[in-house]
Write a protein that binds this ligand. Structure first.
Ligand SMILES: [Zn+2]
Length: 220
């Protein structure tokens, strides 16, 4: 019934169709598959962010960074994440927005609480998500990584739909960009320690990795 309620709530939105792509059958096994063509997830709603540029080495994509975001902080739904990444956030809409409306940031994609995906930057281009960061001694992680936001906070459990979509998207990205091995998936907090805390203790890395393993097995 919970799922049905979220379906009904969502039916007002065009993303409804996309949400249905990832569904859970009666055994809890994820079915359906996300596809990436021309560096875009075909099941995502696409918003082309101006906050992006070319990678210095276009072929070098070997890291997946998991983030969280919510706008206003702690509130879910609404257009504000998209607005921020599109550079159209209105500073008058909330006191907090006055602090961030001028900041030019983006991510490649965001997974909403219902598991639907918005994409803002083609995966082969450089999104501006990591900031000052280091991965295994290599700085400027934006150059060689893909950044995926989960709509959430450090201390709010992420939804089952988000885990399922994230695992599906991870598999699709790994198939398209083989440099992203299972060992090359990390959190923003791990590449910018002391400066960033997302996706935070609420993110269940074990569960996420189990889902990836289960999907990989299913595929194979
Ligand atoms: Zn982050």
């Amino acid at each position: 019934m919970i799922q049905m309620a979220s379906y009904l709530n969502y039916s007002m939105n065009v993303d409804f169709v996309h949400f249905c792509i990832v569904k859970i059958d009666s055994l809890g096994v994820c079915v359906g598959k996300l596809t990436i063509q021309q560096h875009r997830c075909q099941q995502a709603t696409y918003y082309p962010s101006p906050h992006a540029d070319e990678r210095p080495e276009p072929q070098d994509i070997h890291l997946l960074v998991v983030h969280n975001i919510s706008l206003p902080p702690g509130e879910f739904g609404g257009p504000y994440i998209t607005d921020l990444f599109m550079g159209t956030l209105n500073p008058e809409d909330h006191p907090f927005f006055q602090e961030i409306a001028h900041i030019k940031v983006s991510a490649h994609a965001c997974i909403r609480r219902d598991g639907s995906i918005e994409q803002y930057v083609d995966f082969n281009r450089r999104a501006w998500h990591a900031g000052v960061s280091t991965w295994h001694g290599k700085e400027r992680c934006n150059d060689f990584s893909i950044g995926i936001e989960l709509e959430g906070t450090d201390h709010t459990p992420y939804t089952e739909e988000q885990y399922q979509t994230l695992a599906q998207l991870t598999i699709a990205l790994q198939e398209t960009y083989p440099g992203i091995t299972d060992a090359c998936i990390t959190g923003h907090e791990d590449i910018a320690p002391g400066r960033k805390t997302d996706p935070g203790p609420a993110f269940n890395w074990n569960y996420y990795r189990q889902q990836i393993a289960a999907l990989t097995k299913q595929d194979g």
